[in-house]
Design a protein around this ligand. Structure first.
Ligand code: ATP
Ligand code: MG
Length: 280
């Protein structure tokens, strides 16, 4: 796959600045993407991107300058876990952390909603993937009415300010919404219910959440519209096709990291002529 084709493909999923997101107008099958890549060519293209990603991450780790934050948000079964395994699984574990955000504990609830999130933000040279995130505080929290509208409405701006601060302090933030259709989710939930190898993932709460599908779509559209910023952009990834989903996330991250132009640190303060002493 050429760079030009990859960039054209990635442009389809990036939310433009100031764009109002209407999820019904987005295609979770990603038919328009098939002009650029087909399923047969995908494994090779993904392999290449993952090798590039691993190299970039090694340099970022060595350079100890940039902080990388990837945010994954999606409805249940859209494949957040799979993306973490397929795309970020080949990175050096020393420089990577994947963080699950579940329903807050009592201690977390005693603090502001960004408290637990800020504590997990990446340090210099570090690569952090959020499996769910502070966005749950304008998604599930809004849909299930855990706080009043007055409270969740003011959070978009607070989130933008928080992310702007992280960015100003050297963090590169890339946010991905993995979009599946309601019918695809039904198929995947049935598979989890019926396939003994997948049953460990099946949870009754997922069935309850699914009943709120439309409310979630509204909440996602609002979050994507209000928090798509220059310093922390959203990508809406068609996720009904798993191979396309993985390729788009990998490609978007690789291109963004290449733009940072990370460099291995020079051998400063070290005499490169120094003899390595013999000890035998
Ligand atoms: P899978 O897609 O494999 O089911 P998951 O991300 O749904 O993975 P779970 O452990 O099943 O993982 O669910 C985590 C749950 O925690 C979600 O239902 C999510 O809505 C909830 N959660 C996360 N953050 C918050 C929050 N701030 N407030 C309330 N609930 C939250
Ligand atoms: Mg779940």
């Amino acid at each position: 796959m050429s760079m030009k084709k990859l960039d054209d493909l990635l442009a389809l999923v990036r939310v433009r600045a100031g764009q109002r997101v209407a999820l019904r107008q987005r295609d979770p099958d990603g038919e328009a993407c098939l002009k650029y890549i087909d399923k047969d060519a995908a494994p090779q293209a993904l392999g290449l991107l993952c090798r590039k990603l691993a190299k970039l991450q090694e340099i970022i780790y060595a350079e100890h300058k940039h902080k990388i934050l990837i945010v994954l948000q999606a409805m249940d079964t859209a494949g957040k876990d799979s993306v973490i395994r397929h795309v970020f699984g080949s990175l050096n574990p020393l420089g990577v952390r994947a963080i699950n955000f579940r329903a807050p504990t009592l201690t977390e609830l005693d603090h502001d909603y960004l408290w637990r999130v800020h504590a997990q933000a990446p340090g210099k040279g570090e690569f952090v993937v959020f499996n769910r995130s502070h966005y749950e505080d304008v998604l599930v929290v809004r849909v299930r009415e855990y706080v009043t509208p007055q409270i969740w409405k003011r959070r978009y701006e607070q989130i933008n300010d928080f992310e702007r601060m992280l960015c100003a302090e050297g963090t590169t933030i890339l946010k991905f919404f993995l979009q599946i259709s309601a019918s695809e989710q039904k198929k995947r939930l049935e598979e989890r219910r019926d396939n003994p190898r997948k049953q460990w993932k099946f949870r009754h709460e997922d069935i309850e959440e699914r009943k709120f599908w439309l409310q979630y779509q509204t909440a996602y559209a609002a979050a994507l519209t209000k928090t798509n910023t220059v310093w922390s952009p959203w990508h809406i990834v068609p996720a009904n096709r798993k191979w396309l989903r993985d390729l788009i996330v990998a490609g978007s991250v690789v291109r963004a990291l290449e733009n940072l132009r990370p460099r291995l640190p020079a051998a400063s303060g070290m005499d490169t002529e120094v003899e390595i002493p013999a000890v035998d």
